[in-house]
Design a protein around this ligand. Structure first.
Ligand SMILES: [Mg+2]
Length: 209
């Protein structure tokens, strides 16, 4: 197992301590709407700590969704917890190489990923500097708020698609207008889902309108 590299520390607002209320940045008149996507379980089948191209199986319908988002002028932004980095299963540079490969695939399919944010931390399983509570880790809102600041996004007009309740909680904490829980046909939806449930990324397309 290779040593973890020095962690990527997302730039957080220095005025915001861990207990400060989460406040979405004010959006400028030219702010863009975004389609936020979780990665594992939404873009690719969640085989568990996927970090190799050979194990990266795109989920049916994901390219239809991102093509529609691009056509409608949404930014497409991936927000992904990557505790596999914290746990020492793979490095940040391996994650980046896989991300470059993934983004090229989206471009070949006639769409685009505008930005990818990842949280390499875990509060109890992380090794060395990766072991910490971090506001970037979902259900925290850190990655979404960072994207909103850096890309000038209208969070209220944006949509998030996730496959875990922590994705939906992160969207709510950040003030994302709508969220959808993707539950694959072989799986069971939670008893009392906090948002609409969809069975394919394609089902999210009408929610972009
Ligand atoms: Mg997921």
């Amino acid at each position: 197992m290779t040593e973890p590299e020095s962690p990527h520390i997302p730039a957080m607002d220095p005025t915001r301590g861990p207990d400060a209320p989460v406040v979405a940045p004010p959006c400028r008149p030219d702010a863009a709407r975004a389609l936020f996507l979780d990665r594992d379980g939404v873009i690719n089948i969640d085989h568990g700590y996927v970090h190799q191209e050979e194990r990266f199986d795109f989920i049916d319908g994901i390219f239809d969704l991102t093509r529609a988002a691009c056509r409608l002028g949404h930014r497409v932004v991936v927000v992904t917890n990557q505790s596999g980095i914290a746990r020492g299963y793979y490095t940040e540079s391996r994650f980046h190489a896989l991300t470059d490969w993934m983004r090229a695939a989206f471009e070949r399919e006639g769409s685009r990923i505008d930005a990818v944010y990842f949280s390499p931390f875990h509060p109890t399983k992380g090794i060395g500097p990766y072991r910490r509570e971090d506001p970037s880790r979902k259900p925290g809102a850190g990655m979404i708020l960072q994207a909103a600041r850096e890309l000038n996004l209208d969070l209220g007009g944006s949509l998030l698609v996730g496959d875990r309740l922590s994705d939906i909680q992160a969207a709510a904490a950040a003030g994302v207008g709508r969220a959808l829980l993707l539950v694959h046909p072989a799986e069971r939806a939670p008893e009392d889902p906090p948002c609409p449930v969809i069975a394919s990324p394609r089902d999210a397309i009408p929610w972009l309108m």
